[in-house]
Write a protein that binds this ligand. Structure first.
Ligand code: FES
Length: 672
């Protein structure tokens, strides 16, 4: 460095990066040189306010500097204009692009000025999202078109981005050309471009623009949920959901595939339906947030394989029959307009990778959210729907499968079953002595034995999935049914709740205009469903050589509503310390949001998915044996020692631990 030039030491926190700079250097420039993480959209023009920093005042003996506000250039006219236009800067804050170095400085970059900031999530135990925007905005001033220098608008834009931002080798999406000429002229040769993954121009707007949006979408077979996020801050600014309009073609996934098998044109109709549904959600969320759909430039989608294929316009027929081959399992990047999705014409849709024919991008999103691969403990992730998607593993190994639980957990195939909606019984308790039930319905805060319940006059309409699980588990705990799932008809002498129903018996849960009973067949359906789920879990545990899991996470709407203790009593879940069992809500939606806001997470999940061992339950020899054993309540052979610490299971009904499996695990541990 030239000795005649005055220099000063500058230290940036929290990164700790430091350097010596000639006085007069703007702080932002010094930060850039040191690789300090500071955001900017306007490129140092004092427009965006993203580059704010604070200067620490005092002597700092460790680094040996005395930092003072006076070591920065005075508050500039540009900063005054910024305050007049936007809002006053917080006390002590400066725009780092405007404040120049005049002496030694200790400069703090607050979290809101960092490009890669942490978004703290409210949910306990869940990791924070690090903002690492997939799309970033850059304001740029482009040379005017000139008769004497006949260069195209695109050439001059690329030249300006290189000169003002240092970008080389940028590519561009064809769709952004729609707006380029008009944007340059309307903006008087100043435009803001959206850069996708730092290498591709996907959108352009006239003049200065400092905010763009993205949408994380979870396409479920029953509902579609969307979260509209500010890509610059990571904030969710609007969320909405709707029933999947494909429901008119069939309630569950397989009936939709069957519809396509019978009506080949049905695939196109369902593709249109889901895309229209997404467009409706885009319109709703942007109206609520009062933004233009043209400002949405990025979408991420999580969905099961059939939803994934239908959204992409691929027939799901191959997924309806063995070998359940996916058309594509890697992540897909596609222009939104190629899917008829109404956002900015150059907006990009990222569809998370699928794992296997029945384990889709929604499960990949759950993994991204729950991170089983980041723990030493063995996690069991279960997403229960018509199929249960199951993931088991830890940082060493991850396995996944899908188990055909059928729609019983969603209230279908249950005599008084219904979807989870107001009026549905969701909670059940049965008095062990009198065998009288107490129930609670969705939409009511009080139990049926509370006088306020009768006064509310809310009708009881049916039994939803969580209600039937609680009902069957409580019937077992009360001795109304045995471990084999058969209702004890002799109890008809003791209570008028147990009644003869043809050749079997039923239990009356609710009397009224519409009596609600649990029939023997209902119990059989629940046994079949829970046995399929448990058998899938056992297969994975078997493959991993373990007899117990350390933590269980239940994803999806159903998982959020079930009582985990009663689910374990029923034998829906394997034994596990109850504090380690938790519902994680719409983890697929959360995973889609992580993929939207963190560019790196996309590579992460793509790599994790490639390494997952896929188990096909249909071809596993032991599935049938595991299934039969799991028909018993809670299980024919497996023990539930953790559960028995908190629940007294009917005597003689709980079985001994699986000795053979225990021996296998001991052998495994002996080897490792
Ligand atoms: S970089 Fe935009 S205001 Fe400083």
């Amino acid at each position: 460095m030239d000795k005649s030039v005055n220099t000063a030491k500058v230290i940036f926190t929290p990164s700790g990066r430091r350097g010596v700079f000639p006085t007069g250097t703007p702080l932002l420039e010094a930060a850039r040189e040191l690789g300090v993480d500071i955001d900017s959209v306007c490129g140092g023009r004092g427009l965006c306010g993203r580059c704010q920093v604070t200067c620490s005042e005092g002597d700092f003996p460790k680094p040996g500097i005395a930092s003072k506000h006076a070591h920065l250039s005075p508050f500039s006219v540009t900063e005054q204009k910024y305050e007049a236009r936007k809002a006053p800067l917080q006390p002590g804050r400066r725009l780092s692009c405007q404040a120049a170095i005049r002496g030694d400085l200790l400069i703090d970059v607050p979290p809101d000025s960092q490009l890669h900031r942490q978004l703290v999530r409210k949910e306990a135990e869940q990791r924070d999202i690090t903002l690492d925007p997939v799309v970033h905005l850059h304001y740029v001033e482009v040379r005017e078109a000139d008769l004497h220098q006949p260069e195209s608008d695109m050439s001059r834009l690329l030249e300006a981005l290189g000169r003002q931002w240092g970008f080389t080798d940028l590519s561009w999406r064809h769709a952004m050309l729609d707006n380029l000429q008009a944007a340059l002229r309307t903006g008087a040769w100043s435009v803001t471009v959206a850069l996708h993954q730092g290498k591709e121009i996907i959108a352009v707007w006239p003049g200065y623009k400092d905010v763009a949006y993205g949408l994380a979408i979870d396409v479920g077979s029953t509902t579609i949920a969307a979260h509209l996020c500010d890509l610059g801050t990571g904030e969710v600014i609007s969320s909405d959901g709707m029933m999947n309009p494909q429901i008119r073609f069939g309630e569950d996934l397989m009936s939709r595939v069957s519809y396509v098998m019978l009506h080949p044109e049905g695939a196109g109709e369902m593709t249109r339906a889901v895309r229209e549904g997404i467009n409706r959600l885009i319109a709703q969320t942007s109206t609520t947030a009062n933004i233009s759909t043209g400002d949405i430039v990025s979408i991420t989608v999580a969905g099961n394989p059939i939803m994934h294929h239908l959204l992409l316009g691929i027939s799901p027929v191959e997924l309806g029959t063995a070998p359940f081959a996916l058309a594509v399992d890697t992540a897909v990047y596609v222009e939104a307009r190629a899917l008829d999705i109404n956002i900015n014409p150059g907006g990009i849709v990222y569809i998370l990778p699928c794992i296997a024919g029945h384990v889709g991008a929604d499960t990949a999103a759950v993994i991204l959210s729950e991170q089983p691969q980041a723990h030493d403990e063995v996690s069991l992730l279960i997403d229960i729907g018509t199929n249960a998607e199951i993931v088991l593993g830890n940082r060493e190994r991850l396995l996944a499968c899908s188990s055909p639980t059928g729609p019983a957990f969603e209230g279908a195939q249950i005599s008084c079953g219904q979807r989870a909606a107001p009026g549905a019984i969701e909670r059940v308790r049965i008095d062990r002595e009198t065998l009288e039930p107490r129930i609670k319905i969705i939409g009511s805060d009080v139990w049926s034995d509370d006088p306020a319940c009768a006064a509310s006059g809310k009708p009881v309409t049916g039994l939803c999935g969580s209600g039937i699980i609680e009902a069957v588990a409580e019937m077992y705990l009360s001795g109304i049914l045995g471990s084999d799932g058969v209702i004890d008809g002799s109890l008809a002498d003791r209570t008028d709740r147990v009644v003869k129903d043809g050749r079997t018996f039923s239990y009356i849960l609710h009397r009224g205009d519409s009596a609600i009973s649990v029939t023997q067949n209902d119990i059989r359906q629940i046994q079949l469903a829970k046995a399929a789920l448990y058998a899938g879990v056992k297969l994975l545990m078997d493959r991993m050589g373990i007899v117990s899991v350390d933590r269980i996470r239940l994803a999806g709407a159903f998982g959020s509503h079930i009582d985990v203790k009663l689910a374990m009593v029923l034998g829906l879940l394997p034994d596990c310390p109850l504090p380690q069992v938790a519902s994680v809500g719409n983890a697929a939606g959360t995973g889609a949001r992580i993929a939207l806001l963190n560019n790196e997470s996309r590579e992460e999940i793509e790599s994790v998915v490639r390494q997952i061992e896929k188990i096909e339950t249909a071809v596993e020899a032991r599935f049938q044996e595991y299934f039969v054993n799991a028909m018993a309540i809670p299980h024919k052979t497996d023990g539930f020692p953790n559960l028995e610490k908190v629940v007294m299971l009917p005597s003689g009904k709980s079985a001994k631990p699986d000795q053979a499996a225990a021996r296998r695990e001991r052998r495994r541990k002996g080897k490792s």
